[in-house]
Design a protein around this ligand. Sequence first.
Ligand SMILES: CC(C)(COP(=O)(O)OP(=O)(O)OC[C@H]1O[C@@H](n2cnc3c(N)ncnc32)[C@H](O)[C@@H]1OP(=O)(O)O)[C@@H](O)C(=O)NCCC(=O)NCCS
Length: 234
Amino acid sequence: MKIKKQGDNAASAPQRANLVIIGTSGHAKVVYETFVLALAKKYKLAGLITSDRISSFLDMPVLGSEKDAEKIFKKYKITHAFVAIGAGFSRERLSIELLAKNRIRAVNIIHPGAIIARNIKMGAGNFIGPGAIINPYASIGDHCLINSGAIVEHDCVIDDFATLSPGVILGGKSVIGKRSFIGLGANIIHKIRIGEDAVIGASAVVVSDIQARSVAAGCPAKVFKKRKIDEVYL
Ligand SMILES: CC(C)(COP(=O)(O)OP(=O)(O)OC[C@H]1O[C@@H](n2cnc3c(N)ncnc32)[C@H](O)[C@@H]1OP(=O)(O)O)[C@@H](O)C(=O)NCCC(=O)NCCS
C-alpha cells in the first residue's frame, strides 16, 4: 500500500493570497510575530516594504521602499497588506496612498491570545495584541492599534487609526477619536469621550472629556498643550 505523504494533495490545498507588511519598526516585529501565529496558513507573506535602507528584516526579505509600492504589488501579485506603523497619522497616509490607491485589501492581525467578544464590530487593518480584551458591543474602526494587554470594555467606540498602548483600560461606553494616541497604562473611565488627534500620557487617569488635539496627562488628567498635526507621540 502506498502511504500518502503530507503535501501529496497540493493541488487541492487552498491557495494562499499574497500579503506584505509595511514598516520595520519595533511594532512591526510584534505584528510579524502575530502574523506567523495567526495568519500564516491563510496568507503567504511575500516580504516587507520600508523606506529604511535594509535588505531584510528578521527572517523576511525587504521588497523595496514605499515609493516603489505599486511595482512591488504587481511583481509579487500582492492582494493584501498590513500597515505596521505605530504613528496613527502615518498609518492613515500609507493606508490611503499605498493600499486604497492600489486596491490592496487590509487584513486584521489578531493575536490568538487576545479575547474578543462575539458581538463586536471591527473594520479592516487593525492589530489586536496578545492579552488584549475586547468586550461585547465594542466598535473598532479601521487601522487601529490595540496593543498588548489593553482592555476595551463594553460599548466602547474606537475610531479609525487610533492607538491604545499596552495596558490601557477603557471603561464602558468610552469613545476614542480618530488618530488619537493613548499612552502606556492609561485608564479612561466609563463614558468619557476623547476627541480626534488627542494624546493621553502614560499612566493618566482620564475622568472628564478631552477635546480634539489636546495633550493631557496625570491623575486626574489635565490638558497641558495642543498637539501639532503630524506630531508623533510614542
Ligand atoms: C504625556 C506625554 C505625551 C507628553 O510628552 P511631551 O509633550 O513631550 O511632554 P514633556 O516630556 O516635555 O513633559 C511635559 C511635562 O509633563 C510631564 N509629563 C510627561 N509625561 C507625563 C505623564 N505621562 N504623566 C504625568 N506627567 C507627565 C513632564 O514631567 C513635564 O513636566 P514639567 O513641565 O513639570 O517638567 C508623554 O510624556 C507620554 O506620556 N507619552 C506616552 C508614551 C507611551 O505611552 N508610549 C507607548 C510606547 S508603546
